[in-house]
Design a protein around this ligand. Structure first.
Ligand code: SF4
Length: 154
């Protein structure tokens, strides 16, 4: 038997941004021993072989943060690193609003990846926001942000 699709009343992008930020804030309050030292090793996807995936709400927030830097497009990069890594300063251009995966995934220097059980409730909330925004589930970082930026240009 097919499950009926859950229907939602209108859920605004502004609400989604606030909800995603609240989840990031909650994550930062968790007593999990991690310390990002801004080494940005995890931002070099070709070297790590791993890329963060974003839900729709995270992509909206990342696109907004990029817009706040005065950019309407993802900068070009040819070294396979994250396009949000500033080419001169080598710092994340949206650090305060960086996606959930950038906060929790595979960075060994920060203490290794979070155990899923430590953050699974927050992941489910991000997925719920994605559904309410009629997103397509998690997508590769550049694809997810590019999709939002493209919609905003039209
Ligand atoms: S969004 Fe920022 S923290 Fe995440 S991979 Fe890109 S540059 Fe690194």
């Amino acid at each position: 038997m097919r499950r009926a699709k859950k229907s939602y009343s209108y859920y605004s992008p502004a609400s989604a941004l606030a909800d995603v930020k609240a989840i990031y804030e909650e994550l930062s309050q968790r007593p999990i021993e991690r310390h990002c030292t801004l080494k940005t090793e995890c931002c070099h996807f070709l070297q790590t072989g791993k890329t963060p995936f974003l839900t729709r709400g995270e992509a909206l927030l990342a696109a907004q943060a990029l817009g706040n830097t005065g950019r309407k497009e993802l900068p070009k990069r040819i070294d396979g690193a994250c396009k949000l890594l500033h080419p001169r300063t080598n710092r994340c251009m949206i650090y305060q609003d960086r996606p959930f995966g950038c906060r929790t995934h595979f960075c060994q220097a920060a203490g290794g990846p979070y155990a899923r059980k430590e953050v699974v409730d927050l992941i489910h909330r991000l997925e719920e926001i994605d559904r309410k925004l009629e997103g397509q589930g998690s997508q590769e970082l550049h694809t997810a942000i590019e999709e939002v930026l493209k919609e905003q240009r039209h």
